[in-house]
Design a protein around this ligand. Structure first.
Ligand SMILES: [Mg+2]
Length: 508
C-alpha cells in the first residue's frame, strides 16, 4: 500500500504547502477523512483529543498478546486455573470490534445493523448457519440483555480472544471442576482489570514505548497546523498523569539526541491549551465530578480547582459542563477526536453538541483490502443481479405452468397443452440449474471476499448484506472518521467536510 507519508516523501519540508496543494481526491483512500455528517472546520474553535488509540496508536498484536499473557497469569494465580493455559497460543484475528459475547452459551457472534446475529463461533470453531439460526433467530436477540457483552473498543479485543481460547480449552479437557461459560467471562473481565490496575500491563508498555506505541512523525505537524489556524487544542484522556506524560512526550517531544527535527514547542504540553487526565469518560460527559489541579509530580494542589483553566497546568477528573465554562468553549464549536464508540463518541454526542471525529485504526486495512478486491466485489454485485433476475424468470414460468395445468384439468377448448407444458418444464429445470450454479458461485465468492478482510469475521463494517452493528454506530455517532489523527494534515483547517445526501431507498 502507498501511504500518505510515502506520497509526500521527498517533498519540501513544509508539510502545510504540500497539504494545501493536495486536493482531497489526490489523498490515498486509506488516509482520507470520511464524512457521515457535514462538518465545517472553519466553525471549530477548539479541537480535543483522547490519547490511547487516538493520538497514541498501539502496536495492536503486541499489546493484545501482552494483555492476554498478563491475564492468563492472573487466572492461574488468582483463580486457580490450570497452568497449562499459559501455553495457549494467541491469534489476533479471532476478534474484531463489534462482536458480541453470549456468556450463557460460550459463543461470540457478529450482529448486523438491526442487532440480528450473523456469523457465530463457539470457542475456536465456527457455528453453522442452521445452528446459529436455532440459537439466535427464533426470538429477538436483545443485545442490551446482561447475557451479552459488547466488544466495542480495541482495548476489549484480548478479552474476546481469551474467551474463545478458554471455552475451547475447557470443552476439550476432562477436569475435576470447570468454570461455566458465564463464570469464565466474569473471571476474564476481573483478571484483565486487575492486570491493568496493578500495572502489570502499563509498566511494561511504559518501559518499552518504542516497542508498543507507533510514533507518527506527522502528528506534531498536524497539531501545529490546527494551532496556526487559530484553534485551541485540548487533551482529554482517561489515563493517569504519569503514564500520559510518558506517552505524550514519546509522541511529540523531539530532542536532537533522538535524531528529531528541533521543534518550535519546548515540550508536548505546549501544544495543548488544556490538559485533562484521569477524565473518567464516559462519566465526564454525564456526571459532575470536580476538576482537581495537579502539580508536575501528579500531586493534587487542592481538593478542587475553579476559575478559568490555566495554560500549562494539569487537571484531573472534571466534567463537560465545567469544562465548557472554564475553557469558554461553546459546544458546537468543539470537535472531539476519539476512538471509543461509547466513551468518546456516543456519550459526547448524547450529552452535548460537541462534533465528533472517530479514529479507526483498522480502517487502513479495511480500505486497502476493499480496493484490492474491487473486481471481486463488482462480480458479486453482478451475481446479486443475476440471482434476482433468475428468481423472477423462474416465478414467471411457474405461474405459466400452473395456468396450463388449470386448462388441462378443465378442458374447455381442444388446445394442445401438453407440448407447451413440456417446453415450460424444461425451461424451469434449466432455470433451477442456473440458479443453483449462480448461488454456489455467490457463496464461494462471498467467502473469498470475507476471508480477505478476516477469515473468521469478514469486514468490520458489514455483516452479510447489511452494515454491521458497529458500522451503524460509527455512522450514527461520528460526524467524520479516519484511520489516524495525522490524516487531518492533508486537509485545510478551514475544510468543509460534506457528507453524502441521506436518501431513502425510493429516492435513490
Ligand atoms: Mg482511547
Amino acid at each position: 500500500m502507498t501511504t500518505a507519508s510515502e506520497v509526500i516523501a521527498g517533498a519540501p519540508k513544509n508539510l502545510d504547502l504540500v497539504a494545501s496543494a493536495m486536493r482531497p481526491l489526490d489523498i490515498p483512500r486509506a488516509s482520507r477523512i470520511f464524512v457521515n455528517r457535514n462538518l465545517r472546520l472553519d466553525k471549530i474553535e477548539m479541537v480535543g483529543f483522547d490519547m490511547d488509540y487516538t493520538l497514541a496508536l498501539y502496536n495492536q498484536p503486541r499489546i493484545e498478546e501482552l494483555s492476554m499473557r498478563a491475564t492468563l497469569h492472573k487466572l492461574v494465580t488468582a483463580k486457580g486455573y490450570p497452568e497449562a493455559i499459559l501455553g495457549l497460543t494467541y491469534d489476533p484475528m479471532l476478534a474484531v470490534r463489534g462482536l458480541v459475547v453470549d456468556r450463557i452459551n460460550g459463543n461470540i457472534f457478529k450482529p448486523d445493523r438491526y442487532g440480528f446475529p450473523g456469523r457465530a463461533r463457539h470457542g475456536l470453531a465456527n457455528i453453522d448457519r442452521e445452528r446459529a439460526g436455532e440459537l439466535y433467530q427464533r426470538e429477538r436477540t436483545r443485545l442490551s440483555n446482561r447475557r451479552y457483552a459488547w466488544i466495542d473498543s480495541l482495548f476489549a479485543l484480548p478479552e474476546a480472544v481469551l474467551y474463545a481460547c478458554l471455552v475451547d480449552y475447557f470443552d476439550h479437557h476432562e477436569l475435576p471442576s470447570k468454570p461455566d461459560y458465564g463464570t469464565m467471562w466474569e473471571h476474564i473481565r476481573e483478571c484483565i482489570d486487575l492486570a491493568h490496575r496493578d500495572g502489570s500491563i502499563k509498566t511494561i508498555v511504559g518501559d518499552d514505548l518504542a516497542g508498543f506505541v507507533e510514533r507518527d512523525d506527522a502528528l506534531a505537524e498536524t497539531l501545529h497546523k490546527f494551532r496556526s489556524s487559530g484553534k485551541r487544542l485540548f487533551l482529554l484522556t482517561n489515563s493517569a498523569w504519569d503514564y500520559t506524560s510518558r506517552v505524550m512526550s514519546y509522541l511529540l517531544d523531539r530532542t536532537p539526541a533522538r535524531g528529531g527535527e528541533p521543534s518550535p514547542y519546548p515540550s508536548w504540553r505546549h501544544y495543548f491549551d488544556v490538559i485533562v487526565v484521569s477524565a473518567g469518560k464516559p462519566e465526564f460527559f454525564t456526571e459532575e465530578h470536580p476538576f482537581v489541579a495537579l502539580d508536575a509530580s501528579g500531586e493534587p494542589l487542592a481538593k478542587t480547582s475553579t476559575g478559568p483553566f490555566q495554560r500549562g497546568r494539569i487537571y484531573q477528573g472534571g466534567n463537560i459542563k465545567d469544562f465548557q465554562e472554564r475553557a469558554r468553549a461553546s459546544g458546537d464549536r468543539v470537535l472531539f477526536v476519539g476512538d471509543h464508540i461509547y466513551g468518546d463518541m456516543l456519550r459526547s454526542r448524547k450529552s452535548s453538541n460537541w462534533r465528533t471525529a472517530m479514529v479507526l485504526q483498522e480502517l487502513e486495512h479495511e480500505v486497502t483490502t476493499h480496493d484490492r478486491i474491487r473486481p471481486d466485489l463488482s462480480r458479486l454485485d453482478r451475481l446479486d443481479a443475476e440471482l434476482i433476475h433468475l428468481d423472477g424468470e423462474l416465478n414467471e414460468r411457474q405461474v405459466a405452468l400452473r395456468s396450463l395445468q388449470k386448462i388441462e384439468d378443465h378442458p374447455s377448448t381442444d388446445e394442445p397443452v401438453s407440448a407447451a407444458k413440456r417446453t415450460i418444464k424444461e425451461a424451469i429445470e434449466k432455470l433451477r440449474r442456473d440458479l443453483r450454479s449462480a448461488a454456489a458461485q455467490h457463496r464461494s465468492l462471498e467467502s473469498t471476499i470475507d476471508d480477505a478482510f478476516n477469515p473468521y469475521w469478514g469486514p468490520i463494517f458489514r455483516e452479510g448484506y447489511e452494515v454491521s452493528k458497529f458500522g451503524e454506530q460509527v455512522e450514527a455517532y461520528a460526524c467524520v472518521y479516519t484511520s489516524r489523527v495525522s490524516n487531518f494534515r492533508f486537509y485545510s483547517p478551514m475544510q468543509y467536510f460534506r457528507g453524502p445526501r441521506d436518501r431513502m431507498p425510493h429516492e435513490r
